[in-house]
Design a protein around this ligand. Structure first.
Ligand SMILES: [Zn+2]
Ligand SMILES: [Zn+2]
Length: 246
C-alpha cells in the first residue's frame, strides 16, 4: 500500500524564503491527515487546490502559532463558507483543547459561540504511550523546545508505514527511537552552523547520523541560513509542494 506525503508548508515561523509554515499532509488508504497546521496553512492548501474539508485528523506536535495558528481560520471556514459535514479530530499534546480555545479567541474573537454542525473531537496524547487516533497509531515523545508549548515529536503508524517528525526540538535521547526504521523521518534542520537553542541544527544531525536508522530522511523548517546552504548538503530538503510516496 502506498502512502503519499505532501509538504504543504516547509518553512520556519517567519516565512523564510517565502515558504509556508509547517503543514505535512498524509494520504493513506481510507484516511487523510495533516501533521501541524501553521497560521499560513489554509493559504498553502488553497495554493495546492487541497480542500481542508477533506482532512480527517490534525496531529499537532506543539502549540506554537507556526504549527497550530491556522486552526481558527480552518474551523471558522468549516463552520461558515465551506460547510464541513464529516467529522474532524484534532489531536495534540497535553492541554491542546484549552490552549487552542485561547488561540481561537485571540485570533477570531467571538468564534467560541459558534457551534460546529460536524463532529469535532479533541484528543490529547500522553507521551511515550502509543495512542490510537482514528486510523492512526501515534506515539509522541518529549521534545526539547519552548516548555509552554508542550512540545512533542511524533511517530505515526498508518497503513503499515511509519512517518516520524521531530517537530521543533533540539536533539533528545528519544530521537533515535523516533526515527527507528521509519519509512520517512522528517526532521527539523533550522540552522546550518549556528547552534540555536530549542531547535535541531545541521551539526546536531551530523553528530548523531549513525544513530538514525530511518529508510528516508527529509529536512524541514529551514531558516534563511539553512536555505542558503541547502544545495550544499547531501540530505534531502523539503520544499513547499514536495510529494513523497512511501
Ligand atoms: Zn516552528
Ligand atoms: Zn516551535
Amino acid at each position: 500500500m502506498t502512502v503519499t506525503v505532501t509538504f504543504v508548508g516547509s518553512g520556519d515561523a517567519f516565512g523564510a524564503g517565502g515558504r509556508f509554515q509547517t503543514c505535512i499532509l498524509v494520504d493513506a488508504p481510507g484516511t487523510r491527515f495533516v501533521i501541524d497546521f501553521g497560521a499560513s496553512s489554509l493559504i498553502a492548501l488553497n495554493k495546492l487546490n487541497i480542500l481542508h474539508n477533506s482532512i480527517d485528523v490534525i496531529v499537532l506536535t506543539h502549540l506554537h502559532g507556526d504549527h497550530c495558528g491556522g486552526i481558527p481560520f480552518m474551523l471558522t471556514d468549516a463552520m461558515l463558507a465551506a460547510k464541513r459535514q464529516i467529522p474532524l479530530t484534532i489531536a495534540g499534546p497535553r492541554d491542546t483543547e484549552k490552549k487552542l480555545a485561547n488561540v481561537c479567541e485571540a485570533m477570531m474573537p467571538g468564534m467560541s459561540v459558534m457551534v460546529p454542525k460536524f463532529e469535532l473531537n479533541y484528543r490529547e496524547i500522553d507521551v511515550m504511550r502509543p495512542t490510537g487516533i482514528d486510523d492512526l497509531m501515534v506515539t509522541s515523545f518529549p521534545a526539547a523546545h519552548t516548555g509552554e508549548t508542550n512540545p512533542t515529536s511524533v511517530r505515526i503508524e498508518v497503513a503499515g508505514k511509519v512517518i516520524s517528525y521531530t517537530g521543533d526540538s533540539a536533539w533528545t535521547k528519544h530521537i533515535p527511537d523516533l526515527a527507528r526504521n521509519a519509512d520517512l523521518f522528517i526532521t527539523e534542520c533550522y540552522y546550518h552552523e549556528k547552534p540555536v537553542p530549542f531547535h535541531m541544527n545541521y551539526p546536531d544531525l551530523q553528530a548523531h547520523a549513525d544513530e538514525l536508522t530511518a529508510k528516508r530522511t527529509v529536512l524541514t523548517h529551514l531558516s534563511h541560513d539553512m536555505l542558503t546552504h541547502k544545495d550544499n548538503v547531501p540530505e534531502e530538503c523539503a520544499y513547499d509542494g514536495m510529494v513523497i510516496e512511501i
